[in-house]
Structures are given as structure tokens and as C-alpha cells.
Design a protein around this ligand. Structure first.
Ligand code: G6P
Length: 312
């Protein structure tokens, strides 16, 4: 086996990193995927952070030097002894010995913040939901899973905003793909699985040729799948938008483009073989299929497989 192929998923707290990571690991086969969360490289535990008055988003609050060393080791297929931060207790646990598998997904807050770290990735994704949607997701997660009250979460979001602006959001510029799920009607997620997605595709990696989508949409901005040119952080980019109400027939045309270039994806797209594709949990815990999420997973997987062909 050659070296592992490394995917980065970076974004602010509760931007959907873990959900996207889980979905892509599922598509690539969990046994082939090592997932690393860079929150484990926090320098201070929760209590120390409170005493010092620093947030987890600040580079000084993280061992970025060790993080980048570890990313470089993983890239060459070597094992690491990774620190472990417990979100449950807010303290550190014994380190974990990790040997990388065929694919490595690195998810976290500050994964693109140093040059050496950025060089470790084959594919760089940045998650950028609208801020009101991220706040909604953060309140939901932190109250349900991390024991905070809604007021505490909102106060924390406000306290962290300066660091989000200075250290998290600028990392968008280094990504190959910016993923933004957004609600078609308002700023929040009604939990019906119908969020749209906007994918910014930078020319930093070779994207599949989606131009036949242009015929599909016929320049009609009402279509459920749209491809256009735009600028992102002042650089020219392609933008692919997929609405939550797109039909399987419309989505299949896009999937066909991906599969004809990457036959491995044929099985992945087959919903009978892979019922997990694009799966999201609804408000009452039921399982919903989101075509925008499915296509996002497929496009990112396409790039992981392309990288495999290029380097192995
Ligand atoms: C954010 C991030 C976490 C990070 C945490 C530290 O919520 O999303 O992943 O580790 O900040 O804060 P904590 O709540 O654990 O003290």
C-alpha cells in the first residue's frame, strides 16, 4: 500500500464536521478510514481555559506544532501517539496509538492554520453554514450531548465570535471545496431533511466536468440543480447548488457524471446497496434521505479516490 490519502474537514464549532466525516467514512468503508479530531490537540483543559480566559478556537490554546508534526507523520503512513480530549469531562485522557489506514479524515477547528499542516492534505473541505443555522445546531448538540443550557451556549458563541472571525473563518481560503448547507426558506433547519447545499469548487483540484448540468438547467435559475461561476474570497470559482427538493431523476444525472469517471462510485450510489448514502436524522429521530448531502458525500469521495489513483 502507498501512503494514506488525507481529507481535511475544517469549520467552526457545530458546523457539521462530525456528521459529514461519519457519512464519508461510511461511503469509503469504515474499516478503510482513520478519523482524527484536532480538538484533541487543545493545550489547556476546560477549567484552565476558563481561568486563563482563552477560547478553544485560539491558536495559542492548541498544540498546533504537534498537530502539524502528526499530520506529516500520518501522510507518510507512520503511526502517532495522539492526545485525547474528552468533551464529556473537559479533561485529557491517556493518549491513543494510531496507525493510519488507507484513508485518513482529519476534522477540527484549526486544521488549515499552518502551512505545514495544509501540505498534509490531498483534499481540503471547509464547512460554512449560515451563522444562525450553526447557532441552532450548536445549541442542539451542546444541550443534548455536552450538558450545557441554551443560555450558556449562546453566551459562549458570543464570547468566541472574535476568535471565529480572526482564526477560524480565514481558513476558508485554503480549502478546495466550501460546503454550505442552508435552509431554502429561512435561516434555521426545520429538521425535514430538505436543506439545500451550495458547493464552492475551487480550481485547486481537478473537479469532474459538470458542464452538462448547464444544459440540464438551461440557464434556468429555478432548476433544483444549478452550476454557475462566482468569486469566493475574491478568487474565481465554480458553484454547484443542489436543492433539498431535487428529485432522484435530477440527482441521478449528476451521479452519472461522477460514476462514469469513477466506476467504484456506482455501488456507492446504488441506494439498495448503500442505504446510508445521504442519511440524516429528522427531528423525531427518524431517518431521512438528503440528496444534497448524498451528492456532497459523493463529490468528496470522488476526490479521495482520484487522489488514490494519482499517488498510489
Ligand atoms: C468547541 C468545539 C469543540 C472544542 C470545544 C472546547 O465547542 O466544537 O470541539 O473542543 O469547543 O470546549 P468545551 O465545551 O469542551 O470546554
Amino acid at each position: 500500500m502507498g501512503r494514506p490519502i488525507i481529507l481535511g474537514i475544517v469549520g467552526d464549532s457545530a458546523a457539521g464536521k462530525t456528521t459529514l466525516t461519519r457519512g464519508i467514512a461510511q461511503v469509503l468503508g469504515p474499516e478503510n478510514v482513520t478519523v482524527i479530531c484536532t480538538d484533541d490537540y487543545h493545550r489547556y483543559d476546560r477549567q484552565q481555559r476558563a481561568e486563563i480566559g482563552i477560547t478553544a478556537l485560539h491558536p495559542d490554546c492548541n498544540h498546533l506544532d504537534i498537530m502539524q508534526q502528526h499530520l506529516s507523520l500520518l501522510r507518510t503512513g507512520q503511526p502517532i501517539l495522539k492526545p485525547v480530549y474528552s468533551h464529556k469531562t473537559g479533561t485529557f485522557e491517556p493518549p491513543q496509538y494510531i496507525r493510519p489506514t488507507k484513508f485518513v479524515i482529519i476534522e477540527g477547528l484549526l486544521g488549515y492554520s499552518t502551512r505545514v499542516a495544509r501540505e498534509a492534505y490531498d483534499v481540503k473541505v471547509y464547512l460554512a453554514p449560515p451563522e444562525p443555522l450553526r447557532a441552532q445546531w450548536k445549541v442542539k448538540r451542546d444541550t443534548q450531548k455536552r450538558g450545557y443550557t441554551p443560555e450558556e451556549v449562546l453566551a459562549e458563541l458570543e464570547k468566541r465570535e472574535p476568535d471565529s472571525e480572526s482564526f477560524i473563518r480565514p481558513q476558508r481560503q485554503w480549502s478546495d471545496i466550501v460546503v454550505s448547507f442552508y435552509s431554502p426558506s429561512d435561516d434555521v433547519d426545520d429538521g425535514n431533511g430538505h436543506l439545500n447545499v451550495r458547493l464552492v469548487l475551487r480550481p485547486t483540484i481537478p473537479h469532474p466536468d459538470f458542464t452538462s448540468i448547464l444544459n440540464l438547467t438551461d440557464g434556468n435559475s429555478d432548476s433544483a440543480i444549478r452550476l454557475g461561476l462566482d468569486r469566493d474570497m475574491s478568487k474565481p470559482v465554480d458553484v454547484l447548488e443542489v436543492d433539498g427538493h431535487a428529485t432522484l431523476e435530477q440527482v441521478s444525472k449528476l451521479e452519472h457524471i461522477l460514476c462514469s469517471d469513477m466506476p467504484y462510485l456506482l455501488n456507492v450510489c446504488d441506494r439498495e446497496v448503500n442505504p446510508e448514502l445521504g442519511k440524516v436524522a429528522g427531528t423525531t429521530g427518524e431517518t431521512l434521505q438528503s440528496y444534497p448531502l448524498a451528492l456532497t458525500q459523493l463529490i468528496i469521495t470522488y476526490h479521495m479516490l482520484k487522489a488514490t489513483q494519482m499517488y498510489q
